[in-house]
Design a protein around this ligand. Sequence first.
Ligand SMILES: NC(=O)c1ccc[n+]([C@@H]2O[C@H](COP(=O)([O-])OP(=O)(O)OC[C@H]3O[C@@H](n4cnc5c(N)ncnc54)[C@H](OP(=O)(O)O)[C@@H]3O)[C@@H](O)[C@H]2O)c1
Length: 258
Amino acid sequence: MKIEDLFSVRGKVALVTGGSRGLGEMIARAYVENGAKVYITARRADACDALAKELSILGACVSIPADLSRMDEIDRLSAELRKREKSLDILVNNAGASWGARFEEFPESGWDKVMNLNVKSVFFLTQRLLDLLQAAASEDAWSRVINIGSIEGIRTSHQEAYSYAASKAGVNHLTRIMAKFLAPQRIAVNAIAPGYFPSKMTAAMEEENTQAVIDGAPMKRMGRPEDIAGIALYLASKASGFVCGAVIPVDGGLATTA
Ligand SMILES: NC(=O)c1ccc[n+]([C@@H]2O[C@H](COP(=O)([O-])OP(=O)(O)OC[C@H]3O[C@@H](n4cnc5c(N)ncnc54)[C@H](OP(=O)(O)O)[C@@H]3O)[C@@H](O)[C@H]2O)c1
């Protein structure tokens, strides 16, 4: 099979949560550039709409703003999507938030915000879109759910991000159990566990910590858009047809070798 076919997402319908910036934007852009019709969602409608407008020059991109930390908003997003589409080939559960505080001062709100978005919304958005994912699935082309976990859920780091690390370990394992129970419906669930990529989330990291991360990674750099685009295209295409329940670090070797 030719590489263009093996890695193709042409004609597929995708939803990328947190698609207005950062890793979500990188993934949405890669799908749009390669011929998928991509829906993006995030809380800030202006940012979401502006990116959809920009990406629409390259292909098909539609903005449906929503706050996924709320169940009513998950339901509204699901309803909005099904007004427009009868099936969904690719769901990327990327929206996420972090919270850092010293152990003694860590607030309850820093747990609820992070767990609701990073873990609970991944489960319930997928649940609410199950029929659309089922409708897209065939023996030849399974539907795909791609969860964005983190290497923070694999190893411990210098950051006191207690709820975040626990949430990402949760996402990594939720991926495995969802993979097991959705496989009979021809829906392949996998996760990407990114290392450090420049984004609004990592911009909050102090400069010396950023340098420590770069120094600590065998590849001695942060991630680039093509690094996340490559794995997102792979997990959405025929190329990963026999991959199920995998949590794939994309981190320059940081989690596995440092
Ligand atoms: N950057 C990294 O190095 C790195 C490493 C490992 C894992 N990750 C993971 O990758 C994902 C994306 O992170 P990022 O670095 O790209 O962060 P980011 O730049 O802060 O982007 C987060 C995205 O999620 C959206 N979002 C936040 N809260 C939301 C909510 N309640 N409902 C819907 N959308 C919401 C944001 O838009 P609004 O604010 O407008 O809602 C934005 O589009 C996260 O799951 C993160 O944990 C990132």
